[in-house]
Structure formats: C-alpha cells, structure tokens
Design a protein around this ligand. Structure first.
Ligand SMILES: Cc1ncc(COP(=O)(O)O)c(C=O)c1O
Length: 428
C-alpha cells in the first residue's frame, strides 16, 4: 500500500517497525561504499595484458618511436581507437594522456583565454555555463574553478530539456557553453535522443561562439549488445555550419586502467588546432608508449572487451533494480532509473529527503555520494536526488547496501508522512 494512503495510526505503527529494523541494520556494523564510479578490481584485471603488450616493439604504425618526445595529436592507431569510441574519423581526434577530465580543463582554459569558436570568453564578460541536472560533480568543480557561473537545466529521459536550453541560450547571450554526458549519462543513465542531439548541435547557430562540451565518457559502456545508439553531434554541427561549436571527449579510464588509460578529444580542424596550441605550452607530448599498448590491446576487439566488462557490471545494476523494486515498488516514496549502460543509477526520494536518507545510510555503515553533489554548487533545490555508483563494490555488497538504502528511504518517508499526518490531525 502506498505510504500516502495510510492514516496516522498506520503510519505510527509503520514508523516504529522501521525504526526497529533500522536499529538492527545499524547493529550489523556494515562498512559499504557506493560513492565513486570506479571500476572494480575484476574489471581492471580484464586489461592486465596491457602489461607487456609491446614486447619490445616501440614503433607506431607511422614508424615513430613512441619512447621519444613529441606527437601532440597522438599516434595514428590511438587516434583510430578514439575515433571508434567517439563515432567520428581519426583526423577529428587527438589522443592524449590518461585523463579526459584534464582535456576538458584544457578546452575550458582555451575557450576562456585563447578562444574556441570565437573570441576568448574572458573578453566577453561574465560568461555562464549551462549544466543539465542531475550531472557530474567534477564538471561543476571545473567550471567553478574558472569563476564561471553555472545555470542548471533539467533533464528528462531524452537528455537536457531542450525547450529550456534554447530559451536560455536565446535570453542569455553570455551563456556560452553547456556540459553534456550524452550516453548512459552520469548519473541518470539516460542516452540523449536523436532529436535532442540535433538541437544541441544547432545551439551554435543561436548563439555565436557557443561551445558544447560533449563528455562521452560512457560511449562503449553498454550492458547489452548491440548497445544504445547515440546520434553524431559533430556531423550535425557541421551540417548546421557550426562545426567549431562542439568539443567531444572520451577515455579508456573505464575500459582499461582507470588511472593509466588514454584520453581523447574530438572536434573540427579549428578546434583541434586551438587545443593543440594551448597544450603545447604545457607538454612536449603525451605518453605514446601507453597509447601504443592500448591500441595494440584494444583495436579490433573493443566490442569483445566491453562485453566482458558488461558481464561483471550488469549483475550489480540488476541487483539494484531487483532490491529497489522489491522494497520500494508501489509505495509511492521513490523513483529510480534503470540504465542500459554506464556507471550510475539515480534514485529520487520524496522532496526534501535525500540528505536525510544519505545521513541515515551513513549511520548504518553505507556510504553514498553526498546528496547535492549532482547539482551545481552542491545545491539540489528539491533535495531528492541520490546517486548510486555500484561498480567498485562486490555484488553481495551492492545487494546489502541497496537493501539498507531502501530501508533508509522507507524510514525517512514514514517519519515525514507520520509527522504530516499528525500535524493534520492536530489542526482538525
Ligand atoms: C562523465 C564523466 N566524465 C569524465 C570522467 C573522468 O574521466 P577521466 O578518467 O578520463 O578523466 C568520469 C568519471 O567518473 C565521468 O563520470
């Protein structure tokens, strides 16, 4: 029975029962952690063959000795790998070091100081960034570090709500960029629809100099194969005559070794030239040895490799779905996403309860990403969004943690509704 259909007495009894169950859960002394989207030890082990993959052969396909300096755009076979991930051609890709986040920083820095698709933002005044929510906290930290104001816009199952994005871009000429995690989004898990991708690709027409930061971190991270299809934002931007308005990112962080993968940036010839010029101030070249061993290890077998990841990751997401459906289904106190790939599930509580639920879970030994982290400045206005990141924990830990979370949602909701019912009774 839905919680909101119970009367005050029923809610009192329910709350007492849940308090007792919560006390028992606390007594179990759990120490579980669903906070960060890190691959599990079994996942990184899938790439152990990287160690020794070069077997003393350090020559890239173009004859370059990868042990030496140089090659800011990356070696051809690494660019081909990035092209496969991003669904574009190798000439549109730069292969870099181990972190796509640092490439996003490079793009932001270039846009701010040198100009990317227009004059430097710092010459325009106080530019603003559009941030679809819920979103990735490190995008927000990066944006804030440049002193750029963030404007949240809502997401639905098709991606950012484009009527709102377009209205914002039209009304606010200094809204000069937007963050996107277009496939198996962090943290909702949605994949942007074709219509949304087309409309995003055309934003550069509405606002000269606009830059879409297209962080395709989960491009190949499907649970089922063939995986979700994502439309080609760069091709649509080219068609719309605004090829320089989209910068794409990806990496092998969740494919090989999270701390020792390779990152990719995609974009037009102008975009890559601008990024390369700024990058040349920072480095003589990327780790091409790592690029070469990744290419030798992954090229031609990416699909097979991602299926092996899926076999390890999918059961954890299925466990979350199973446990949440059994514990919360039909109660009217929570919604949650059922992603077909990626690293995250978003759970929505009743308004105003996410912080309380995360605190209850923490006190019962289950660490969750702080409520609010999914929104700019850590401010979730409805306080209802919780991000679950199950990949690093073992399957039985995911099950136990999710069961505890569900109990905390039940308890927080029952307490809230009981208080409301009692207040309503007192007012009669
Ligand atoms: C959306 C998104 N982008 C980027 C990253 C980090 O990527 P990288 O390891 O390539 O810096 C993550 C990691 O969780 C992520 O979720």
């Amino acid at each position: 029975m839905r919680y909101d259909e119970r009367d005050a007495d029923e809610l009192e009894g329910l709350t007492q029962e849940l308090e007792a169950r919560y006390a028992t859960a606390q007594g179990a002394n759990l120490a579980l952690d669903l906070t960060r989207g890190k691959p599990g030890a079994d996942q990184v082990a899938l790439s152990d063959a990287l160690d020794g993959a070069l077997a003393g052969d350090f020559l890239a396909s173009d004859g370059v000795d990868v042990r030496n300096y140089g090659g800011l755009r990356g070696i051809p076979e690494a660019r081909a790998l990035g092209a496969e991930l991003l669904g574009i051609s190798p000439e549109q890709v730069m292969a870099a070091g181990n972190s796509s986040l640092s490439m996003m920083h490079l793009a932001f820095d270039t846009a701010m100081n040198d100009g990317l698709n227009g004059p430097p933002w710092r010459e325009l005044g106080a530019v603003k960034a559009i941030c679809p929510v819920p979103g990735y906290d490190r995008h927000f930290t990066l944006t804030e570090s440049f002193g750029v104001e963030m404007i949240p816009v809502p997401m639905d199952a098709a991606g950012p709500v484009m009527d709102e994005v377009e209205a914002l871009v039209d009304a606010e000429p200094l809204a000069k960029c937007m963050w996107c995690v277009p496939k198996h989004s962090n943290p909702s898990g949605c994949t942007y629809s074709d219509a949304t991708v087309r409309r995003i690709a055309a934003l550069g027409q509405r606002s000269p100099g606009f830059v879409t930061l297209w962080d395709n971190a989960y491009a190949a991270h499907d649970f089922h194969f063939p995986g979700a299809e994502l439309d080609d934002v760069l091709a649509h931007a080219v068609e719309a005559g605004v090829a320089d308005s989209v910068v794409l990112f990806a990496s092998t962080s969740k494919i090989s070794f999270a701390g020792a993968g390779i990152a990719f940036v995609g974009g037009s010839a102008n975009t890559l030239a601008a990024l390369e010029a700024r990058l040349a101030v920072m480095t003589v070249g990327p780790d091409k040895v790592n690029q070469l061993r990744h290419a030798r290890f992954l090229n031609g077998r990416l699909d097979e490799h991602m299926r092996a990841h899926a076999a390890l990751v999918r059961p954890k997401f299925e466990a979350i779905e199973r446990v949440l459906a059994a514990a919360l289904g039909g109660l009217g106190i929570a919604r949650w996403t059922q992603p077909s790939g990626g690293y995250f599930v978003t759970v929505n509580t009743l308004p105003g309860l996410a912080k309380a639920v995360v605190a209850l879970a923490g006190d019962a030994g289950v660490r969750l990403t702080p409520a609010g982290a999914t929104h700019p400045y850590g401010q979730d206005p409805n306080d209802d969004t919780i991000r679950l990141a199950p990949t690093f924990a073992a399957l039985d830990e995911v099950e136990t943690a999710t069961r505890t979370l569900a109990l905390c949602i039940q308890l927080a909701s029952a307490r809230r509704l009981r208080a409301a019912a009692q207040a309503a009774q007192a007012a009669q």
